[in-house]
Design a protein. Structure first.
Lengths: 109, 114
C-alpha cells in the first residue's frame, strides 16, 4: 500500500501571495489526482495527471507530476480567499488508489 | 440536480444504537463507494461496489454493513455504534471500477456518537 505524504499540513497566507504544496511518495503511480474540499462539502476533482513531468494549468493553479511519477506539486499564484480549503492528492496504481492526508490552506483577505 | 446525494447530513446518536446512511447517485455510474474522513481529515476508503457487487472491503469492523439494492444506491448500516465511529462519511461514485477515474463525492454525513 503506497503512502502519500502531503506538505505542509497547514498553510495560512495573505491574499495575493503565491504558494506551493507537495504530495510525495516512494511509490510510482499510473496517475495522480488533486481534489479540493471546502468546509462542509465533499472533495471535488481539480485535475488528473498521468505522464511523468506533465504540467497542467487551471487558471491560477499549476499542477506538476514528477518525472518519476512518485510526486506532485500544486502551485497557486496570487491566492484568493476563495482558494481556502483542504487540498487532497490521490495516487493510483493498477491495484489501488489512496488519498493523502491533505494540506489545509487558509487565504486571509 | 445533486449528482451524489446522501442522507442524513447530520446525525447525533447514542452509543450502542444502530443507524443507517442512505446514498443515491443519478450519474449512471457503475461504481459506488463509502469513505470515512476522521477528525484529522484523513480520507480512507471503506467499501466499493461495482454493479451491486462488493469489490473493495477494507479492514472495517463487521458492525458496518453496506447494502446496494441497485447500482444507483449504496446504503451504509452501522450496528452498535461506538464513540470512535464519530466521523464524516462520504458516499461517492465513479463511472466504473478502474482506479484513476474521477470520483464524485456526496456532501458527507456528519456522524457524532455520544
Amino acid at each position: 500500500t503506497q503512502l502519500l505524504e502531503q506538505s505542509p499540513q497547514f498553510l495560512s497566507i495573505q491574499e495575493g501571495e503565491n504558494l506551493t504544496v507537495y504530495c510525495n511518495s516512494s511509490s510510482v503511480f499510473s496517475s495522480l489526482q488533486w481534489y479540493r474540499q471546502e468546509p462542509g462539502e465533499g472533495p471535488v476533482l481539480l485535475v488528473t495527471v498521468v505522464t511523468g513531468g506533465e504540467v497542467k494549468k487551471l487558471k491560477r493553479l499549476t499542477f506538476q507530476f514528477g518525472d518519476a511519477r512518485k510526486d506532485s506539486s500544486l502551485h497557486i499564484t496570487a491566492a484568493q480567499p476563495g482558494d481556502t480549503g483542504l487540498y487532497l492528492c490521490a495516487g493510483t496504481n493498477n491495484n489501488d488508489m489512496r488519498f493523502g492526508a491533505g494540506t489545509r490552506l487558509t487565504v486571509k483577505p | 440536480d445533486t449528482a451524489v446525494s446522501q442522507t442524513p447530513k447530520y446525525l447525533v446518536t447514542q452509543m450502542g444504537n444502530d443507524k443507517s446512511i442512505k446514498c443515491e447517485q443519478n450519474l449512471g455510474h457503475d461504481t459506488m463507494y463509502w469513505y470515512k474522513q476522521d477528525s484529522k481529515k484523513f480520507l480512507k476508503i471503506m467499501f466499493s461496489y461495482n454493479n451491486k457487487e462488493l469489490i473493495i472491503n477494507e479492514t472495517v469492523p463487521n458492525r458496518f454493513s453496506p447494502k446496494s439494492p441497485d447500482k444507483a444506491h449504496l446504503n451504509l448500516h452501522i450496528n452498535s455504534l461506538e464513540l470512535g465511529d464519530s466521523a464524516v462519511y462520504f458516499c461517492a461514485s465513479s463511472p466504473d471500477w478502474r482506479f484513476g477515474n474521477t470520483i464524485y463525492f456526496g456532501e458527507g454525513s456528519w456522524l457524532t456518537v455520544v
